[in-house]
Design a protein around this ligand. Structure first.
Ligand code: URA
Length: 298
C-alpha cells in the first residue's frame, strides 16, 4: 500500500534530511494485495475456538519453492508452525476484536497469562473505535501489564508517558480539534513468561490482531518502538528488516497499511541507555512533523 505523501510533504521531509523509504525489491502494490497474515503463507483460516489447525506452508517448504515472503519463515522450525486465524477477523468490529483477543488460545502464552492486554488510550464510547492520530506499538506485556491488563503501566510506561507529555500528548487525552488521540498496544497481547523475548511463532499468531487494530483505528502515524514492533510492522515491506539494526531504520518514513511508520527505540531500552533519549526525541519530532503536515492538508 502506498504512502501518500504529496510534493509539499516530501519537500518538507527532504528539508529535514528524512529519507522516505520505498521498497526496492517488493513493489508496494504487491503488499496491498496481501490479505492480512497472508505473507505467512496461510492456506486457511480456522476459528480460534474450533481450531482445525492448518500447517502453514512455512512449516513444509518445498525445495523448489523456498518461502521468501516472511522474515520468520526462513528460520529452522523446531516444530511445525500451525497458524490459527480467528474466523471473520477481517470484518470484526472493535468490541468483537477485543472479545476475541481476550479469549485467544492460539499459542501457549494463553496458559501463563493473567490477562490479555489489548491496548489503551483515548477514551471512546462503548463499542466505538477510539478516534486517534497516533498508534504506539510496543513489544509485549510485562509483569505489571499482565496483572492489570493494561499496556505500559510499569517503569517503561512511566518513561513513555513522560515522552508523550514532552510532546504535549497524553494517553488519556480526548481528541481535540487538531486531533491528538493516542492508542497504545503491543505486538503480543499476552506476556511471555519471565519477560523473555517474543518467539517468531507467537508474533505470527498475534500479528492478525494488530493488523485489524490498525485497520479499525486508522491512525495517521504509527510509532514502532523497539525491534519486535519494527519487525512485525515492516517485515513485508522492508527486505532484511530482521537483520537491520534499529539505528539504520530510524529517521526514515516507512509504511504499514498506507500509514506512515516512524521507528524508535523501546522505552525499556532507553531506561538502560539514557543518552539515547535525544534520538527518541528526534524520532518523536519527525512523527509530529508528519502529523502536522497531514492535518494541514486534510
Ligand atoms: N513493554 C512493552 O513493550 N509493552 C508493555 O506494555 C510494557 C512494557
Amino acid at each position: 500500500m502506498a504512502l501518500n505523501l504529496d510534493a509539499r510533504q516530501r519537500a518538507m521531509l527532504a528539508e529535514m534530511h528524512v529519507r522516505v523509504w520505498s521498497p526496492v525489491t517488493a513493489p508496494e502494490a504487491s503488499l496491498s494485495s496481501l490479505a492480512p497474515g497472508q505473507a505467512m503463507t496461510m492456506q486457511a483460516a480456522p476459528p480460534v475456538h474450533a481450531p482445525q489447525a492448518v500447517k502453514s506452508a512455512a512449516s513444509t517448504p518445498t525445495p523448489s519453492t523456498p518461502n521468501t515472503t516472511s522474515a520468520h519463515a526462513a528460520e529452522p522450525a523446531a516444530s511445525p508452525l500451525v497458524l490459527r486465524r480467528p474466523e471473520g477477523l477481517d470484518a470484526m468490529d472493535w468490541t468483537t476484536l477485543q472479545h476475541t483477543v481476550s479469549n485467544c488460545q492460539a499459542c501457549s502464552l494463553c496458559h501463563t497469562r493473567q490477562h490479555t492486554v489489548f491496548g489503551a488510550g483515548t477514551p471512546a464510547t462503548e463499542g466505538q473505535v477510539p478516534q486517534v492520530d497516533w498508534l504506539i506499538v510496543g513489544e509485549a506485556p510485562g509483569e505489571n501489564e499482565d496483572l492489570q491488563g493494561q499496556p505500559f503501566v510499569g517503569q517503561a510506561g512511566q518513561l513513555l508517558d513522560n515522552m508523550l507529555r514532552a510532546c504535549g500528548l497524553s494517553r488519556a487525552a480526548q481528541v481535540g480539534p487538531e486531533g491528538g488521540g493516542i492508542y497504545i498496544t503491543n505486538v503480543l497481547k499476552c506476556r511471555p513468561p519471565g519477560n523473555r523475548n517474543p518467539k517468531p511463532e507467537e508474533v505470527a499468531q498475534c500479528e492478525p490482531y494488530l493488523q485489524r487494530q490498525v485497520a479499525l483505528l486508522k491512525p495517521k502515524i504509527i510509532l514502532a518502538m523497539g525491534r519486535f514492533a519494527v519487525q512485525s510492522l515492516l517485515q513485508h515491506s522492508v527486505p532484511g528488516v530482521d537483520k537491520a539494526p534499529l539505528g539504520k531504520l530510524r529517521g526514515q518514513v516507512h509504511s504499514y497499511q498506507g500509514v506512515p511508520v516512524v521507528v524508535t527505540y523501546h522505552p525499556a531500552y532507553l531506561l538502560r541507555n539514557l543518552p539515547e533519549k535525544a534520538k527518541v526525541w528526534a524520532d518523536l519530532c519527525l512523527a509530529m512533523a508528519l502529523l502536522k503536515s497531514a492535518h494541514e492538508i486534510s
